[in-house]
Design a protein around this ligand. Structure first.
Ligand code: CUA
Length: 311
């Protein structure tokens, strides 16, 4: 881990494009540097005191054309680099379909990862080779920056917001994770390791560490059934569910109800029985859609939902 290298290995499909861009910009910078310093040396020699160089007035007739020329050339080079970097960073592409979705929570001073199987790890990230990965990241406290040099990927991670990063690991091995945003005393120690393993190894690992608890199963059903589409994304369509369990819910028709297990289950299977005040009766029943096991897992999950920041 502490070996000295001049350039990190390229371990993602995206790395090559970033490297090409980097070397072309480096080359361009050296070319301009050579031109400017070359001319300084040439002119210093040619126009030194006592040399016989011509010192008449500057020829005025091409001044305009030259000015337009170098302004346009510089602009075009910059636009070209801009377009290329956008392409290399893929910011205009949607995350690949069927990507492995890993949730990332940053906090002072660690990286926490949660896999689709519910497997969790801290300061270590197992990923399958050749499978697109999508990281949904948030921070529990201050701004951090998720940085894997070998993947050429870096993304600021902010509190109260989910930011997304995606890439495809293309080389087996172990690579460093760093935090690239000063985040307090132990910022320099905030890091970990990515382990890129074969898809079969990843499947075994994810299964061995799967979270088989009822709330975890409920969280997966919550995502799979699309509940978050209204209950988290559209506060105007559906009530928020955090802190719901055990609270008193105001209903249409001047009624109210205690949000206990029975209420949660009824709201899933027979949502029109109790309409929360201020909302329309638009939620479909999940009777026959969610299995009884899924319903009890969903209820278990809803009971754990608390407002505030993600665990
Ligand atoms: Cu987290 Cu620096």
């Amino acid at each position: 881990m502490n070996q000295l290298f001049l350039f990190p290995p390229a371990a993602s499909l995206e790395a090559k494009g970033v490297d090409q861009l980097y070397f072309v910009m480096l080359g361009l910078s050296f070319a301009i540097l050579a031109l400017v310093f070359g001319l300084i040396v040439v002119f210093a020699w040619r126009y030194r005191a006592g040399s016989g160089a011509r010192r008449s007035k500057l020829p005025g007739f091409y001044a305009h054309e030259m000015e337009i020329g170098w302004t346009l050339a510089t602009l075009l080079v910059f636009l070209g680099i801009y377009g290329w970097s956008v392409e290399a960073r893929q910011v205009h592409w949607a995350p690949p379909h069927g990507a492995l979705n890993v949730r990332v929570v940053a906090k002072q001073w660690m990286w926490k990862f949660e896999h689709p199987s519910g497997a969790r790890e801290i300061d270590a990230l197992h990923l399958p080779l050749g499978v697109p990965v999508r990281l949904d990241m948030t921070s529990q406290d201050v701004i951090h920056s998720f940085y894997v040099p070998a993947f050429r990927e870096k993304q600021d991670v902010l509190p109260d917001r989910i930011v997304t990063l995606w890439f495809t690991p293309s080389r087996l091995g172990q690579y460093a994770i760093r935090c690239a945003e000063y985040c307090g005393t132990n910022h320099s120690l905030m890091g970990g390791e990515v382990y890129v393993v074969t898809p079969a190894e990843y499947a075994r690992w994810a299964d061995r560490n799967a979270d088989r608890s009822l709330p975890a199963a409920g969280a997966r059903s919550f995502a799979a059934l699309g509940c978050a589409g209204c209950h988290e994304a559209r506060a105007d369509l559906a009530p928020r569910l955090a802190d719901l369990y055990g609270s008193k819910v105001a209903l249409e028709g001047n009624r109210s109800v205690l949000a206990d297990d029975a209420y949660l289950e009824r709201s899933i299977l027979d949502p029109r029985a109790d309409i929360v005040k201020g909302y329309l009766p638009i939620m479909p029943s999940y009777r026959g859609v969610a299995t009884p096991e899924e319903v009890s897992a969903l209820v278990a999950y809803l009971k754990t939902m608390k407002s505030g920041r993600t665990p």
